[in-house]
Design a binder for this molecule. Structure first.
Ligand code: BES
Ligand code: MN
Ligand code: ZN
Length: 495
């Protein structure tokens, strides 16, 4: 989507749709007030009739109004005036974005960034508006016999009055994040027959070429040499060989890099510990951690952030077969720690542990891994927060704050030694299975054995990276959280 700043007056701006806001108590925002006056009270009359639902993000479309240059006016609810905050502001923008994405207008003028969200600056409001509108316009390019007719706004201006300095940069940032999310969503939404390990590797290589950063693909033989027997054990029975993707973006001078590690399970059947059939198609989303790393690289590279960033994605397919790992197999990880595979469906930790060991060579400022790791995390936190685990409290606080600022939140869970006993094995240093209690904690604890040499955080995105049901699809989360984290790190560095 093409988004720009404009200082035009709401009533005079030429656009397919003009978007203005109202609160649940019937109060109009300044732009809505101007429109209402020009149009003989059409908006306030509709509000009095109760035509607009109170919930933030509800919309009501008016055809051409007298005294208003735009072809249509879309009135959006901002919810209760006293409850105005990040959440209702974002809901209003998302609601407007959804209506614009399916509406008849080809372009829009949006007069919502002037809403005075408590404790949030105008650049923050602009960045979020640009991201949410662009993200709402995302459409997966599904391979259909007949491509559907293109519909929805492809251009928007954000109306502001007064000083607009710095706002173009805020628009660019929002658009770059949405663009990164779109890549993450595309990779997630593709079937496992298309988005296999080689496809992820090719996508990373193409990204590196487009933006001029280094990408190296380590093949099975390279991984063998490194001693990544744990990761390789997961991909053994697939006809698509494992790819270990190493991306290096270096615009931060001598600073130590942040390393992002993604689980790129392009399909997770469970292996010999085969998963049940219900909703098994959704295991194509098991590469969303890796997809997130690629999406963040796209956003960061598009913005040219002055940072050093390394991305490591273990792209693997977990299949059953004559050559597959069996429960009871013992493998040696790159770190030398031996692992008894009690359940071949607990494969995420088996691939991540070797990537986390590989991360040591970059002498990282910190490492953040992103993985659709456990069903237990979906039970614990549902679709609204990713699970956050960290061996460093300052890093955890930074990520939680980035979650708040971006509205794509995480919630911290414990990494206490108390749970360690659940990973005991009689036949190896540890097992890959912690049993039903606290499944996301024991999975994170397993990883913590491989992250002792640096500051580390783990995001379990099993519940947040995709949605089921009618709106089934990848969400692009947590790209905004990580982009915000890196943006605020680069701002701190610049100061
Ligand atoms: N990819 C799954 C986790 C998952 C489950 C992601 C549901 C998204 C939705 C992971 O590899 C897995 O199978 N985990 C097992 C671990 C168990 C065997 C210890 C699980 O959560 O059941
Ligand atoms: Mn699994
Ligand atoms: Zn998995």
């Amino acid at each position: 989507m093409d988004i720009a700043i404009s200082s035009a007056a709401a009533t005079g701006v030429k656009a397919g749709t003009l978007v203005v806001g109202a609160f649940a108590d019937g109060t109009l925002t300044r732009a809505a007030e101007a429109v209402d006056q020009a149009a003989g009270g059409a908006l306030s009359a509709a509000l009095k009739r109760g035509d607009l639902e109170e919930k933030a993000g509800s919309t009501l479309l008016f055809p051409a109004l007298a005294g208003v240059a735009a072809d249509r006016v879309l009135l959006v609810s901002l919810g209760a005036r006293t409850a105005l905050g990040d959440r209702s502001y974002r809901d209003a923008l998302s609601g407007a974005g959804r209506a614009l994405a399916t509406g008849a207008a080809a372009d829009a003028a949006v007069a919502l960034v002037e809403v005075d969200v408590p404790n949030r600056s105008l650049p923050w409001r602009v960045q979020n508006a640009a991201r949410l509108l662009a993200d709402a316009a995302y459409k997966f390019d599904a391979p259909r016999a007949k491509p559907p007719a293109a519909r929805g706004a492809r251009k928007a201006v954000l109306l502001v009055s007064g000083d607009a300095t710095g706002l173009d940069a805020a628009v660019r940032t929002g658009l770059a994040i949405a663009d990164g999310m779109a890549l993450t969503k595309d990779l997630g939404n593709l079937g496992g027959n298309v988005c296999n390990p080689a496809y992820m590797a090719d996508t990373a290589v193409a990204l590196g070429k487009e933006f001029g950063f280094d990408v190296e693909i380590l093949e099975r033989a390279d991984m063998e040499k490194l001693g990544m027997h744990s990761a390789l054990s997961v991909g053994r029975a697939s006809y698509s060989p494992c790819k270990f993707i190493v991306m290096k973006y270096s615009k931060g001078g001598a600073a130590k890099p942040v390393v992002l590690v993604g689980k790129g399970m392009t399909f997770d059947t469970g292996g010999v510990s085969l998963k049940p059939g219900a909703n098994l198609d959704e295991m194509k989303y098991d590469m969303c951690g890796g997809g997130t790393v690629l999406g963040v690289f796209r956003a960061v590279a598009r913005l040219g952030l002055p940072i050093n960033l390394v991305g490591l994605v273990m792209a693997v397919e977990n299949m059953p077969g004559g050559n597959a790992s069996r429960p009871g197999d013992v493998v040696r990880s790159m770190a030398g720690i031996t692992i008894e595979i009690l359940n071949t469906d607990a494969e995420g930790r088996l691939v991540l542990c070797d990537a986390l060991t590989y991360a040591e060579r970059f002498e990282p400022a910190c490492v953040v891994d992103i993985a659709t790791l456990t069903g237990a995390c979906v039970i614990a936190l549902g679709a609204h927060a990713s699970g956050l685990f960290a061996n460093d409290e300052a890093l955890a606080a930074e990520l939680l704050a980035a979650g708040q600022a971006s509205g794509v939140r995480a919630w911290q869970m414990p990494l206490w030694d108390d749970y360690q006993g659940q990973l005991k094995s009689n036949f190896a240093d540890m097992s890959n299975l912690g049993g039903p209690p606290a499944g996301s904690v024991t999975a994170a604890l397993f990883l913590s054995h491989f992250t002792k040499k640096y500051k580390w955080a783990h995001l379990d995105i099993a519940g947040t990276s995709s949605v089921s049901g009618d709106a089934k699809g990848a969400t692009g989360r947590p790209v905004p959280l990580l982009a915000e984290f890196l943006l605020s790190r680069s701002e701190t560095a610049a100061r």
